[in-house]
Design a protein. Structure first.
Length: 343
């Protein structure tokens, strides 16, 4: 089935380049292009595309304002095209929080890079067309605990496509005194620091960008840096984050599987959470956590943007429960509560 795409960018040359790259894929049809949001809105109504690629920064009505209107009035798959700059990263993260399915860097125009970029762009658009997109949800509130939390727990989270929106919902539901959380979110290296800053301004816990040998302490969330290292947990003595150089693992670096597998020695002190995302990264690691005695959860199909990673985990018995993202914080906190006087 052909995926019909509308390209929105204020640069005529960029519209042409993105259109040409997408047209290399026989399963994708570029049905139109627009230079600004008002023109794009009319073309969406007239053409009903399956996916919109949207420039992050445009004159007049900026991409974020236009995206917010799309998600409020006509929710549909949107892929943000961003420049890999500090400003571009901040705006892209906000776009993902508002409901954009994914982001991709704008093509550089260098001939040597175009083939790889075309493959990634086309794959991202095809995945977006298969995603589930919903309108904006209300901000979560931390649930009433009804009991104390254990002081020795560690929460480990993996996410990919759709994960930014899911993480805002999940972390927004954890109280400021929750056990430490380590997150691997598949995201370009240029974006993970800004993502941590944006979360830190929005959720009750303190959120930090991960560094090697960083202590993992209650009340703090650590976002694994994108780029050249895997994120692992040192479980002997005081909990620490380790950043370990290595090859791609299952096509990813950092890898959710590597994070989960590093924490198996914690046994019942660990809680594994696998959120929305394409592929199967994290499924095998979650099974190892469960077999070691950890509580394990996967996001439910109906609340996922892409039910890939959670599906893979559920199919091999890695997740004890599938939970809607709106109830995930409550489920995880339940696994962290003091039981029978143990702290």
């Amino acid at each position: 089935m052909t995926t019909r795409v509308l390209v929105v960018d204020d640069s005529a040359s960029m519209r042409a380049m993105i259109g040409q790259l997408l047209s290399r894929d026989p399963e994708i049809e570029v049905v139109g292009s627009a230079a600004e949001p008002n023109e794009a809105r009319a073309m969406i109504k007239a053409l009903s595309p399956d996916v919109v690629t949207l420039d992050v920064e445009m004159p007049g009505m900026d991409g974020l304002t236009f995206l917010e209107r799309i998600m409020r009035l006509r929710p549909m798959p949107v892929v943000m095209c961003s420049t890999l700059t500090a400003r571009g990263a901040q705006v892209t993260i906000e776009a993902l929080r508002l409901g954009a399915v994914d982001c991709i860097a704008k093509p550089s125009g260098r001939a040597a890079d175009l083939a790889d970029h075309a493959d990634k762009l086309c794959r991202t658009v095809r995945e977006a067309a298969r995603s589930k997109v919903r309108g904006s949800a209300p901000s979560p509130r931390p649930p009433a605990l009804g009991g104390a939390l254990r002081s020795d727990m560690l929460i480990l989270v993996g996410a990919s496509t759709g994960g930014v929106e899911a993480l805002f919902a999940f972390l927004g539901g954890l109280p400021a005194n929750a056990p430490p959380v380590v997150v691997v979110q598949h995201m370009p290296a240029a974006f993970t620091g800004g993502f941590a800053d944006r979360l830190n301004a929005s959720v009750p816990m303190r959120v930090r960008h991960g560094s090697d040998r960083q202590p993992l302490v209650p009340g703090e969330v650590v976002i694994a840096p994108g780029g050249d290292t895997h994120a692992e947990v040192v479980t002997a003595g005081a909990l620490q984050l380790r950043l370990v150089a290595g090859e791609l693992h299952g096509g990813h670096r950092p890898s959710v599987d590597r994070l989960f597998e590093s924490a198996t020695e914690l046994r019942s002190r660990a809680v594994g959470v696998l959120l929305t995302g394409m592929g199967r990264d994290g499924a095998d690691g979650l099974l190892k956590l469960r077999n070691a005695g950890a509580a394990t959860f996967a996001q439910s199909a109906d609340s996922c943007v892409v039910y890939g990673m959670p599906r893979a985990a559920t199919e091999i018995g890695a997740a004890q429960r599938e939970v809607a993202i709106s109830r995930m914080a409550e489920a995880v906190l339940g696994a962290c509560k003091v039981q029978g006087g143990r702290k």
